[in-house]
Design a protein around this ligand. Structure first.
Ligand code: FE2
Length: 296
């Protein structure tokens, strides 16, 4: 079966935050993102050549507002729109004014019905002239977004059949690591079974193990709660560090990830559940891990 449309990469995550100023300084001064623009209730931050990889909206209920994926071309955006229409998911064009404000070309949104999460699709976003660098951490990219879903099977089926994600590894009925084909990374999105639909975490990939080690001390010194790690995930092989942002939302730095080729990729593995799967080094998360933040 051919893919319904071709992804390029995870573009950005949009979060609702209670205090915009406080969250800007957290993501800029502790995590290392660059502020590239802001309006009254909104801030754009980047960790790549894209104009934004994180968009913060001031609002009453902190959580995941939407997740945005860049597709390979305008043609793929067209194909994706028609695909969602044919699946009965009612994609919605973003008005020209808002596209302009987002610094993006044609953009549309579609909701995954079971989790209520809004996905956004586009092919063009303003490319910044100056390369992204940060003195705090060698952030390589926005890595992935993970949600908890109360109707795991419905969300999972929709992500595969409607959204065209491919499974890299999974625990039946519990958890799935998904890649946005033909993007090579083990997962750009993941979903776990949960009591309610919620944001689990957003991830920033870093380029060196030292970025993780330095972050442990930097975050500790700043009084930031480290909710899990440093440790090593079994599935992806990544070294991870999870911490709480000012609203208690969980963010992650991680280092290293398996890559899949477009043709001849290995089959998804069905993984055992258990403590070692989460952390091969034997660590346990604190109650704050993935606990705060809704969807929408
Ligand atoms: Fe993660």
């Amino acid at each position: 079966m051919g893919e319904p449309f071709r992804y390029r990469e995870l573009g950005y995550a949009a979060l609702t935050v209670a205090d915009l100023e406080r969250s800007i300084s957290f993501y800029r001064d502790l995590i290392g993102l660059e502020l590239t623009g802001r309006t009254d209730g909104m801030a754009f931050m980047r960790c790549s050549s894209d104009h934004h990889n994180l968009v913060l909206y001031q609002g009453a209920e902190p959580g995941l507002r939407r997740v945005a994926f860049e597709l390979e071309s305008r043609l793929e955006v067209d194909k994706a729109y028609r695909h969602f229409e044919s699946r009965g998911l009612q994609p919605v064009e973003v008005e020209r004014e808002e596209c302009k404000a987002l610094n993006q070309g044609r953009t549309f949104r579609v909701k995954e019905p079971a989790s209520g999460l809004t996905f956004e699709f586009y092919a063009e976003v303003i490319q910044m002239i100056r390369p992204f660098t940060s003195p705090l951490a060698k952030i390589a990219r926005l890595g992935h977004v993970v949600i908890g879903a109360s109707s795991f099977d419905s969300t999972y089926n929709s992500l595969i059949n409607d959204f065209g994600f491919r499974v890299s590894d999974f625990t039946p009925g519990r958890f799935a690591f998904l890649r946005c084909f033909p993007n090579p990374y083990h997962h750009s999105f993941a979903v776990g079974q949960a009591e309610r639909n919620h944001l689990h975490h957003i991830n920033f990939m870093v380029s060196e193990i030292d970025d993780i080690g330095r972050a442990v001390n930097r975050l500790r010194d700043a009084g930031v709660e480290i909710s899990f790690g440093p440790g090593r995930h079994h599935a992806s092989g990544s070294v991870f560090l999870y911490f709480s942002d000012p609203d208690g939302l969980t963010a992650e730095y991680s280092y290293g990830m398996e890559e899949f080729s477009e043709m001849g990729a290995r089959e998804a593995r069905m993984l055992e559940r258990g403590k070692d799967a989460a952390d091969l080094w034997g660590g346990s998360p604190s109650p704050a891990f993935g606990a705060a933040g809704g969807i929408g």
